[in-house]
Design a protein around this ligand. Structure first.
Ligand SMILES: [Zn+2]
Length: 85
């Protein structure tokens, strides 16, 4: 009898493991083909007019048609390249 219980227990664990693996594989297969490491949707990248570092549009500072990575670079840029108007 003990053998039967042990066998059933093993079968249950094996079944559970099989279900878990299937679930993980299904989850992986249902993901879009694009890289699963990126959580956010891809955003356009723009180069800072001052240091040329590429930054996402959402994190950029824009002024007078120029794009900057931070306000310090915006200020530095316009100090070195004063607007003509
Ligand atoms: Zn910059």
């Amino acid at each position: 009898m003990a053998m039967l219980i042990r066998f059933l227990l093993f079968a249950a664990i094996a079944w559970y493991g099989y279900r878990l693996v299937r679930k993980l594989l299904d989850k992986q297969a249902s993901l879009p083909p694009t890289s699963p490491t990126t959580e956010k949707s891809p955003e356009a990248m723009l180069a800072c007019a001052y240091c040329q570092v590429h930054i996402p549009v959402g994190e950029s500072t824009q002024s007078r048609g120029k794009v900057f990575c931070c306000e310090a670079h915006r200020d530095s840029y316009f100090r070195e390249n004063p607007p003509q108007d």
